[in-house]
Design a protein around this ligand. Sequence first.
Ligand code: CP
Length: 336
Amino acid sequence: MHSLTHWPAVSDDDWNALREAARRHQQAGATWTDDARGHSIGLVFFNPSLRTRCSMELAAHQLGAHATTLTPGSGTWDFAWNDGAVMDGSEAEHVRDAFGVLSRYYDALGVRVFASLSDREQDESDALIRMVADAADGPVVNLESARYHPCQALGDATALAAHFGKEDLGGKRFVLSWAPHPKPLPRAVPHSALLMAARCGMDVTVARPDGFALDDGVMEQARTYADAQGASLTESADPDAAFSDAEVIYAKSWAGNAIYDSPGAEADQRAARGDWKITADRMARTASGAAFMHCLPVRRNVVVDDAVLDGPQSIHLPQAECRLHAQKAILEHVFA
Ligand code: CP
């Protein structure tokens, strides 16, 4: 049995095997192993989900495994997190006890717990999913934590291999573009898209306004992956230049660097960057055959114009479909 909690801890061999397995599931007439058959996974979503929840439940069903989904506070007890918590309020159960119990019922657990965007140390250390993994006596799959969304990254790599018709994505020009949004959003998806692209050997540009740099540690990890692949990693504050001749545009909003110390200033900076919306004019600068990607959910005509999302370049729906193929690969990996 394997965990998939702290994504960079997944070895290159395992990452490549996961990519191959997800592609196998993606291709018509796929067969699968019996590794997951008869096993069980408990899926705990502290935050909302459409794709991750449905694709994981369906993947388990199609592989002959069982999945139970729990939404804390809605049909379960409210959970306390802090060590030493005096639980005299609304929280009736501590995560240590809840996950200790669940891991005695299920062969593996999956957990979604987003960044707080208020506690920098907690978010940067991915403390909440680490706490869950520590409390659980078995494998834990990260269904999106403060820092990583490995299920999304594997689905995205699968979608790109399908789009380009080959497994080797080395040398493809991949732009991770910040996009406007009315709310500050966590960085798990952009971090994971960046790491995925660098690990696949693509030449990566992170296009983002000043004040919206991604976490230093993740940039450093991405640079290590890029160096190992002989690929490049650059940053740009000029979206028009970054889009020129790009082969993949991966749009995502994320909170600015001021979010922890000065949320009001971060909101002002974000609101002033509406000109980063992905438009058909900007997409026209990309290379022939370039793909537009977004993890979804997406706010139409705020993040990206309808003309792009409904146009021929967007692969956001096959990208979402690949989440199902990726989840099957992940379940087989976890239960192997
Ligand atoms: N992209 C993604 O994880 O979608 P959900 O939040 O709907 O699961």
